[in-house]
Ligand binder design. Structure first.
Ligand SMILES: Cc1ncc(COP(=O)(O)O)c(C=O)c1O
Length: 463
């Protein structure tokens, strides 16, 4: 197990190192402005209609993002005519790359037949069958339009399931540093200031956003990857808890897969106390043919999906045990309700199926091999520096801290300004990663693309 320890400030020498790039902050930002005058104009226009210029938080970056005009394969073309090599693929959701021919032709064939009906189609059944075949223990699935909705529905199912026998069991346990989308009950302690977040072993829930009602009877927050804290809390409070919500690969903590013992203990405690184990695999389903659950050999009771399963269209899904999902069956008198105008629409279902069909076990091997190649190359580049490289499967991340990352408190020691500037400098060189330096490969990515990124990264961190 990993001890959750209090965040320490980076060593002075590490700060000196980060200071070198940060001293060039103005120069990096000025270069971005010089390269992207049309994006600057577009951003000014967007600011007339969107608060601060943005209609979704995830794409925020200083001083303003590059606006994209079109994309194909690994390449996005921005308004200023630059060809950018994409290493984030709409937040990992485009496992085949942009505008993959198999997806484009499948949806083109459907477009003239209509895009959404107030009726089911065989397309949604086919996507459901394909996904359930990959999720051991899951025999039912419901579709939604986003990962956030999938999590929201999983929470509702878990509360309803436990409410049958134990009315008071309404608390969802989530982990500090985990992001599960924008639903209120999971918007606690996603990226809290450590000073506000209490003891590492028993964190205080900290609101991630204004506008939340409170955690009483709804949410508890535990340290990620801490078996002892998990066991202590569950043993003391199991009769209030309906579900454990876990990212089996924690994205915002640094694309970190928790210790096998942590996941195994979570499964065992859920079995012992009748708690619903929910795996949020919205991102991590791209780590392997059966997601991270398949890789670690554990079956959750519910799995939240999103991103890649929609083939580039808005999607979410919750899948799992039939005795839980069947709570939404119309035959039940007291049931879980779940509507959604665009749930399982034919375009998403067709694009999702075309994408997932390409993602064979061999394709996942190819993705994992390339991801490992990127992590090795980045790892070589950061040797001796207060930087580290994490990730799994096709995903990789550079983090600006020397402290090995097991939990949120470790991740909170990162120098975020350094990461954002490094990312912006890479964008200036034509490479797209997140402002926290997360990246991923898709099936169209080659070693040559990764080599080009590695060369740019070495140049940026050496300058
Ligand atoms: C683990 C995880 N869960 C849920 C979500 C929310 O998904 P969406 O953005 O589709 O609402 C995300 C989004 O990044 C995620 O990474």
């Amino acid at each position: 197990m990993t001890a959750a320890v209090t965040a320490a400030a980076p060593a002075a020498t590490d700060q000196d190192y980060f200071g070198i790039l940060k001293a060039r902050g103005n120069e990096i930002e000025s270069r971005h402005r010089r390269l992207t005058p049309r994006s600057a104009e577009a951003f000014a226009r967007a600011a007339n209609v969107f608060p601060g210029g943005y209609t979704r938080d995830a794409i925020m970056r200083g001083p303003y993002p590059a606006f994209v005009e079109r994309a194909s394969g690994v390449t996005m073309h921005d308004l200023d005519g630059r060809a950018l090599t994409d290493f984030w693929f709409n937040a990992t959701s485009l496992a085949l790359g942009h505008a993959h021919p198999a997806v484009v032709s499948a949806i083109a064939a459907q477009l003239s037949k209509g895009t959404a009906y107030f009726a089911p189609t065989l397309h949604e059944v086919a996507l459901a069958e394909l996904l359930l075949e990959r999720l051991p223990g899951a025999t039912r699935i419901r579709f939604a339009n986003s990962g956030s909705e999938a999590v929201m529905m999983a929470v509702r199912f878990a509360r309803a399931f436990r409410a049958n026998a134990h009315r008071s069991r309404s608390v969802i346990v989530k982990f500090e540093g985990s992001y599960h989308g924008s639903y209120d009950d999971v918007s606690w302690s996603v990226s809290p200031k450590v000073a506000d977040a209490g003891a590492a072993e028993m964190p205080l829930p900290v609101a991630e956003t204004a506008g939340l009602a409170g955690t009483e009877g709804r949410v508890a927050v535990l340290p990620f990857n801490d078996v002892d804290a998990l066991r202590r809390y569950i043993e003391a409070s199991h009769d209030e808890i309906c579900a454990l919500l876990i990212e089996p690969m924690a994205n915002r903590i640094g694309l970190v897969v928790p210790d096998a013992a942590f996941l195994a203990e979570a499964r065992a405690l859920c079995d012992r106390y009748g708690i619903v184990l929910i795996f949020d695999e919205v991102i991590s389903f791209r780590v392997g043919y059966r997601g991270v659950a398949g890789q670690v050999g554990l079956q959750p009771d519910l799995t939240c999906l999103g991103k890649i399963i929609g083939g580039g269209f808005a999607v979410g899904a919750v899948a799992g045990r039939d005795d839980i999902l069947d709570l939404s069956s119309p035959q039940r008198s007291e049931r879980v309700t779940h509507a959604g105008t665009f749930n399982a629409n034919p375009i998403t279902s067709i694009a999702g199926r075309a994408t997932m069909a390409e993602l064979t076990p061999a394709a996942f091997d190819q993705l994992a091999e390339l991801g490992a190649y990127a992590r090795r190359g980045l790892g070589d580049a950061v040797k001796g520096l207060p930087l580290q490289v994490t990730g799994a499967g096709s995903l990789f991340k550079v983090t600006a801290t020397a402290r090995p990352i097991h939990n949120y408190r470790d991740a909170a020691t990162t120098d975020k300004r350094w990461e954002a500037l490094c990312s912006l400098a890479l964008l200036n060189e034509g490479f797209v990663m997140t402002p926290t330096l997360s990246g991923c490969c898709s099936l169209v990515t080659t070693r040559a693309h990764v080599d080009a990124l590695l060369a740019a990264f070495r140049t940026v961190i050496a300058a």
